[in-house]
Design a protein around this ligand. Structure first.
Ligand code: TYD
Length: 204
């Protein structure tokens, strides 16, 4: 019988630098002989990528935004994540449900219970095996965001929005310290990669 793969997610406010580390995580796991599928949210499937375009660029009500995030997530779980894990592949996703708690609850102010209800419906108890949370103080993230070329609907939000997103992420890490590991993303890339390797070793 095939041993199921594991599910690893990367999180952090826009500008924390998590995307830089996605390739490192995948390469590290491949060097251990694992099949690795790299994906992202919102997105990861053809329909999910279409929803991503809408989510990032069309104005919409906050609840619509939350529901579309979970519609994309359902499609992602059914079409990509669950089948990959079942055949023994490891799945590495740039964002997952912690981002809904951080952005839609922390950032937009939607009640956590609403998100929890959708999470229970769509995930049926499924959760990442390890979440790497790239944390930086608001002013560092803000400087990195303004250096980026074109901003999407989220990246155009006020600094106060990102402070709330960051606080919501840290609250989640505090509540689930074994799964969500906080990395100080002010550190250099090499130093962070040593720490990431150590955390991955722990879930092998
Ligand atoms: P991001 O992952 O930052 O991609 P890029 O690096 O290409 O900008 O963009 C996705 C955006 O979607 C990000 O601003 C956070 C937002 N988001 C939510 O608000 N809720 C969610 O549940 C997810 C998965 C993402």
């Amino acid at each position: 019988m095939t041993t199921p793969g594991k599910f690893i997610t990367l999180e952090g406010v826009d500008g924390a630098g998590k995307s830089t580390h996605l390739g490192f995580v995948a390469d590290w796991l491949r060097r251990q002989g694992r099949e690795v599928v790299v994906t992202r949210e919102p997105g990861g499937t053809p329909l999910g990528e279409t929803l991503r375009e809408l989510l990032l660029h069309r104005e919409m009500d906050a609840d619509t935004e939350l529901l579309l995030m979970f519609a994309a997530r359902q499609e992602h779980l059914a079409g990509l994540i669950r089948p990959a894990l079942a055949r023994g592949a490891w799945v590495v996703s740039d964002r997952f449900t912690d981002a809904s708690y951080a952005y839609q609850c922390g950032g937009r102010g939607i009640a956590a219970e609403r998100i929890a209800a959708l999470e229970a419906w769509v995930q049926r108890g499924f959760a990442p095996d390890l979440t790497l949370l790239f944390d930086v103080p608001p002013e560092v993230a803000e400087a990195r965001r303004s250096a980026a070329r074109s901003a999407d609907r989220f990246e155009r939000e006020a600094d106060s929005f990102f402070s709330r997103v960051r606080d919501a992420y840290l609250d989640r890490a505090h509540a689930e310290p074994a799964r969500i590991r906080v990395l100080d993303a002010r550190h250099g890339i090499a130093e962070l990669q040593v720490e990431i390797g150590r955390l991955l070793q722990g879930v092998l």
